[in-house]
Design a protein around this ligand. Structure first.
Ligand code: ASP
Ligand code: MG
Length: 409
């Protein structure tokens, strides 16, 4: 018995049948004596449908009006789920974010949560009622409806769990957990029992789309145990939590990859103070985000400077470099869009030497040339040619024995 926040995403509440199935699941837990707060998304496709309606009227609608519109999607689901629970004889009460109340700042369409009042929810829970809350929305200090950004229901769930000091926040979705890598690329990918907040954050920012990044940050900050599990099949899913002694003893927890990068090189740059700034300043001014950066040690008083950007920004970045090349006294600008970034992630890296060499050997054995390398405390990333993506991911997956069940410590 405990206090749990359950979050159901759009697919899990995508039809009346599915809403009824969610109600069954909730009722079961309620019958066992758990106190439950349920956060729901809009029915799948609904938010996009509302955005399309708005765009039929205006290309750039006012963001305050957009929030009034988009918040209705979640409101529909809360009432329907509440009714489905009543139908099963399970007491339940639905609330919008504003009714709870979830206080946010006034940045419409991307608001941040400032405070959550838990009084009404506590009263319901004490009275034995299931509380159903609309995800993705709140209210600012002037009473305007706000929304938290796409995928924001995850953040609502984690924030409510933090405010209520829930035992766990369970995110029910259409996958049954977090995997060692994308099973579409490596069929031997394995569901992880546990992963740390830090690792999950790296995986999420490297392209794993299981959870909204902000919800993982929030969970880590307030130490909310977070579980990702399937709403369609039974299973324990993946627990995202703090590092502890019980953690899997794996060196690497997962492999992430990103197909959206492109790299640019400016060769023969004079090795002088301020050069990096002269190259990257205009790129930053154009609002282009730079990911990896490498500068070679100067040989003959000149150096080569390479960095990666999102593929969509490649043309623009190339134009900017071309335009400053002569002024910098550099030789040439070259680039490549057919690259991918592959990263291995794991807190085990902190205490183990030789992870990088295992990685590089696995790639060398397959004849894969590494074009760039960057490291952080719990991650090593390499850039390789796009055509090697599948081969590289599979080679690394087996080099780090990710397909094997970990030995319990
Ligand atoms: N309905 C919103 C969206 O589609 C929020 C969510 O589902 O988390 O982005
Ligand atoms: Mg979602």
């Amino acid at each position: 018995m405990g206090l749990f926040v359950y979050k159901f995403g759009g697919t899990s509440v995508g039809s009346v049948e599915r809403i009824k199935a969610v109600a069954e699941k909730v009722k079961q837990a309620h019958d066992q004596g758990d106190q439950l707060v349920i956060v729901v998304s809009a029915m799948s496709g609904e938010t996009n449908r509302l955005i399309a309606l708005a765009n039929e009227i205006q290309k750039y609608p006012n963001s305050r009006e957009m929030d009034v519109l988009l918040s209705t999607g979640e409101q529909v689901t809360t009432s329907l789920l509440s009714m489905a629970l009543h139908e099963l004889g399970c007491p339940a009460c639905s609330y919008t974010g504003g009714q709870v109340k979830i206080l946010t700042d006034s940045s419409h369409t991307k608001a941040r949560i400032i405070n959550i009042d838990d009084k009404r929810m506590r009263e319901d829970l004490t009275a034995g009622r299931v509380v159903v809350v609309a995800g993705f929305q709140g209210v600012d200090d002037k009473g305007n409806i706000t929304t938290l950004g796409r995928g924001g229901s995850d953040t609502t769930a984690v924030a409510l769990a933090a405010a209520l000091k829930a035992d766990e926040c369970c995110i029910f979705t259409d996958v049954d957990g977090v995997y060692t890598t994308d099973p579409r690329v490596e069929p031997n990918a394995r569901r992880l029992e546990k992963i740390t907040f830090e690792e999950m954050l790296e995986m999420a920012s490297l392209g794993s789309k299981v959870l909204q990044i902000r919800s993982v940050e929030f969970a880590g900050k307030y130490n909310v145990p977070l579980r990702v599990l399937s709403s369609f099949t039974e299973g324990k899913g993946t627990l995202i939590t703090y590092e502890d002694d019980q953690m899997e003893q794996a060196l690497i927890s997962g492999i992430a990859f990103n197909r959206d990068e492109a790299k640019l090189t400016i060769t023969g740059v004079p090795d002088l103070p301020g050069v990096a700034y002269k190259i990257l300043g205009p790129i930053a001014d154009a609002n282009i985000e730079v990911d990896m950066i490498i500068q070679n040690i100067a040989g003959d008083e000149t150096t080569d400077f390479t960095f990666t950007v999102h593929r969509n920004d490649y043309e623009k970045a190339k134009e900017l470099l071309d335009s400053i090349c002569a002024e910098l006294g550099a030789k040439a600008v070259t680039g490549d869009v057919k690259i991918v970034k592959i990263s291995i992630v794991g807190v085990g890296m902190r205490s183990h030497a030789g992870i990088a060499s295992t990685m590089f050997k696995a790639l060398a054995d397959e004849g894969i040339n590494i074009r760039m390398i960057s490291t952080s405390e719990i991650k090593i990333s390499v850039v390789v040619d796009e055509k090697y993506l599948e081969l590289a991911v599979r080679a690394l997956h087996s080099a780090f024995e990710l397909d094997r069940e970990p030995i319990e410590s």
